[in-house]
Design a protein. Structure first.
Ligand code: 5AD
Ligand code: SF4
Length: 467
């Protein structure tokens, strides 16, 4: 079981390419959610228009961008310690007379703004998630000696200014790709900074999403994961002006020839509408796996969190989804130690987990985020109580995950071959439920769906034979 859905440093986000030796090089280090991974790729595309090439090592770079996450305290602190190390690198470069620029992007940039320049004097530019298309211009200003902070909520739509994924077609793309369809959140859960860092909910128009999806598929992508902080709040209009929701979008995307699989993340229980549930029933391409965070199983805590549903609402919703798609597996997010959480509240969460049964889950100790309503609450829970609860919760979730993996033994299903395995002649594929599956195969089979039977399970993956 993962305790950290969020990245420390995702190698896939550090896009590399064969490069002319004299080009300026950018290294992007990505923290946080998949939306940051997507944004890092778009920034990399925008900079390549400006003559930069991506490099896979920080030592090699002329420009380092730290794409940050602000969701929990630890994440933000990591950024400052990283910036301390970069400052040393900048000093060493200056001694050699070489340029070295440092940019901070993402949610810490948005939340801290000017404060970053004060705390980290080596930083040249600070850019929030809504203004990435202005990054090349900000770098020019920084080169002229200015220290730039741009964290406006730009009125223009960043997606129509950033190069789309298709411009990166010459770059080698994997079999799977993320596609951001929605950004921001209007839900204001009392623990969460997202509504403040990413702003209010914005959906990308249908035509833009369809175009990007078609381009990705024609570049060889077989599986698309639609992204949004609140992806199932996506809404748009069709050609005739009729209102569409995420379910409708999935029906449309499922028609794209060559596309093999669809997923979406992350969803809020309140936005799981009938159309989306119907999509799970009808669409073979839509994978039977749903990340549907509940955070707590206690009605009192859910209310204090402003989740605007009860534990029973959630369980009833899962029942409806399972009735539509019996093989669906659930994943969730949980917070322990929200202010005022008692032992009984916590046991309600354990009970809910028992009742639902998760294939995977991410769980966290509540972390105070300044500026959110939760930070103002009295009855903050002691750190050691939080740790003890987290340990119990994770033990239960780990048992459920192992049971889920073991329940696949003997099953036959299609996996999507994604990359070479560790050993010669082996490939790693992905099950419908996001599990890695090791099988034999040739490199030229990457990108195909193949049928396997699961023989055994390892710590983090399954072992299959081809049939
Ligand atoms: N403390 C702990 N966990 C949090 N999350 C969001 N904000 C906080 C916080 N202040 C968790 C939630 C959310 C996931 C992305 O991160 O579980 O679903
Ligand atoms: Fe944060 Fe709640 Fe919005 Fe999710 S739904 S991003 S937890 S405010």
């Amino acid at each position: 079981m993962s305790t950290e859905p969020y990245l420390d440093a995702d190698p896939s986000a550090q896009t590399g390419a064969a490069t002319p030796t004299n080009a300026r090089k950018v290294f992007i280090k990505t923290y946080g959610c998949q939306m940051n991974v997507y944004d890092s790729d778009r920034m990399s595309d925008a900079l390549s228009r400006d003559g930069y090439v991506a490099t896979e090592t920080m030592q090699d770079a002329d420009l380092v961008l730290i794409n940050t996450c602000h969701i929990r305290e630890k994440a933000a602190e990591k950024v400052y310690s990283q910036l301390g190390r970069l400052r040393e690198m900048k000093k060493a470069r200056a001694a050699e007379g070489r340029e070295f620029m440092i940019g901070v992007t993402g949610c810490v940039a948005q939340a801290e703004g000017e404060e970053i320049l004060r705390r980290a004097p080596a930083v040249d530019v600070v850019i929030g998630p809504q203004t990435y298309h202005r990054l090349p211009e900000a770098l020019k200003r920084a080169k002229a000696g200015e220290r730039v902070v741009d964290t406006e909520y730009a009125l223009e739509d960043k997606f129509s200014h950033l190069p789309r994924a298709e411009e990166a077609r010459t770059r080698s793309r994997g079999v799977t790709a993320f596609l951001t369809v929605q950004e921001g959140c209007d839900k204001f859960c009392t623990f969460c900074v997202v509504p403040y860092t990413r702003g209010s909910e914005v959906s990308r128009p249908l035509a833009q999403v369809m175009e990007e999806a078609r381009n990705l598929v024609s570049a060889g992508v077989r599986e698309l994961t639609l992204l949004g902080q609140n992806v199932n709040a996506w809404h748009g209009k069709d050609e005739a002006g009729r209102e569409l929701t995420l379910g409708d979008l999935l029906y449309r995307l499922a028609e794209i020839p060559g596309l093999a699989r669809l997923r979406y993340t992350t969803s809020h229980p309140r936005d799981m509408d009938e159309r989306l549930i119907a999509a799970h029933r009808d669409l073979r391409l839509l994978m039977p796996y749903l990340h549907l965070p509940v955070q707590s199983g206690s009605d009192r805590i859910l209310k204090a969190m402003n989740r605007r549903h009860t534990a029973e609402d959630y369980v009833a919703l899962i029942r409806r989804i399972r009735a539509a798609r019996p093989d669906i597996a659930l994943s969730g997010d949980f917070i322990v130690g929200f202010p005022g959480e008692t032992e009984e509240d916590f046991e309600d969460t354990l009970r809910l987990i028992q009742e639902v049964g998760y294939a995977q889950a991410f769980s966290f100790k509540y972390s105070i985020r300044p500026g959110t309503p939760g930070a103002e609450l009295e009855d903050q829970v002691d750190e050691d109580v939080k740790s003890a609860r987290l340990e119990r919760l994770q033990a239960l979730l780990l048992r459920q995950q192992q049971a889920f993996n073991e329940s696949r033994i003997g099953m036959e299903f299609d996996i999507l071959l994604e990359k070479p395995g560790r050993l010669e002649g082996q490939l790693i594929g992905r099950s419908p439920w996001l599990q890695s599956v090791n099988v034999t195969g040739r490199a030229d089979e990457i990108g195909s769906l193949v049928r396997v039977r699961i023989e055994s399970t390892g710590a983090n993956s399954l072992f299959g034979t081809r049939i």
